[in-house]
Design a protein around this ligand. Structure first.
Ligand code: GFB
Length: 316
């Protein structure tokens, strides 16, 4: 387990997952966190990454940096989702091992499981069926990253472990209308509709897909539990233990925002995978449980959104 003086590098510390992990590490007083903004270190640049690891020599690495986006961004930019994420994983995992890191935690994603697979999804379901086409490029890159961790463990004895987070949400998410994930997209859309007095809000797809949503602070606590107490080849699922239909999520968000108009659905937009609820027995056996229920988590995210992004939204 990393001590308070361990040199821990959080890659992606400004993003949704990475910023939550950063907060969770600061709380118990980790003093030697190593952080680099994207502008100061391009993780797709192998030479720059290697130079950084040679100079900083982190003992622990949390790889939460990735090019991410919702269903529309994944569909529109497959080349970037595949290429950028492949390079980030290859560069960071190799340099961490090469420069003597004791442990690396890689964040994969629940979208790398087969599109149609028994629910809740167990870790053993990996690579047992075809992927969901709307995020295949991202999933292939994340599978490659996971396989790199397993290969470096087998061949070099590198303690690289893999977390498999479900759909995340929370502060520091991206709230843009087209490329974000459903929860921030709908928070923004319902907020704007309330401001403008719009009679209806349109939600993409049929409303019937189900998703397992976890607050990023719960993910961060799970990542620390893995760093402390897990070493092995098998990835470990991190989810809420439940799921919700997009239709019901939309109603919940409308209630939190205080929007009272109609909710319509646009079936010309893709649904994506019908459901992806994670089995969380493995991480539960390490003593972790989610602590933020969806209603409270949405309230918390809405508060953050209003304090940090709503001014620019209101101008739209
Ligand atoms: O969040 P989302 O883009 O992620 O979409 P995925 C989830 C569901 O919400 C889909 C519906 O059925 C969407 O059609 N939805 C409804 C909306 N309204 C909206 C909206 O305004 N914006 C968005 N984005 N969706 C992603 C993957 O898939 O999950 C990524 O593409 C990543 O690779 C992420 O793994 C966790 O769960 O479908």
């Amino acid at each position: 387990m990393p001590g308070p003086d361990s040199r821990i590098y959080v890659a992606g510390h400004t993003g949704l997952a990475g910023s939550a992990i950063h907060r969770a590490l600061e709380k118990p007083g980790h003093r030697n966190l190593i952080l680099r903004a994207h502008a100061d270190l391009d993780l797709t640049d192998a030479r720059a990454v290697d130079g950084f690891f040679a100079a900083e020599k982190p003992s622990h690495v949390i790889l939460a940096a990735a090019k991410v986006g919702g269903i529309a961004a994944n569909t529109a930019f497959p080349a970037e989702f595949l290429s950028v994420n492949l390079r980030i994983a290859a560069n960071v995992i190799d340099s961490a091992w090469r420069h003597g890191a004791a442990k690396l935690l890689y964040l994969a994603s629940s979208c790398i499981y087969p599109r149609l697979t028994p629910q809740p999804i167990r870790e053993e379901a990996l690579l047992t069926g075809a992927l969901e086409p709307t995020n295949e490029a991202y999933a292939i890159a994340k599978i490659a990253g996971l396989k790199l961790c397993q290969a470096y463990r087998r061949q070099y004895g590198f303690d690289a472990i893999v977390a498999m987070p479900t759909n995340l949400y929370g502060p520091h998410d991206r709230f843009d209308a087209e490329s974000s994930h459903v929860l921030p997209a709908l928070l923004r859309r319902f907020y704007e509709a309330k401001l403008t007095g719009a009679e209806s809000v349109t939600v993409w797809g049929s409303g019937s897909p189900r998703r397992d949503f976890l607050h990023a602070d719960d993910l961060a606590a799970a990542c620390l539990a893995l760093l402390r107490g897990y070493s092995g080849e098998m990835p470990v699922n991190i989810g809420s233990g439940g799921d919700i239909a997009i239709r019901d999520l939309a109603q919940l968000i409308a209630a939190v925002v205080g929007y009272r108009g109609a909710i319509n659905f646009d079936p010309s937009r893709p649904d994506g995978t019908p459901e992806k609820r994670l089995d969380i027995s493995r991480i539960a056996a390490l003593g972790w449980r989610p602590s933020i229920d969806l209603h409270r988590g949405i309230e918390d995210t809405y508060r953050w959104y209003r304090e940090n992004c709503a001014r620019e939204t209101a101008a739209v």
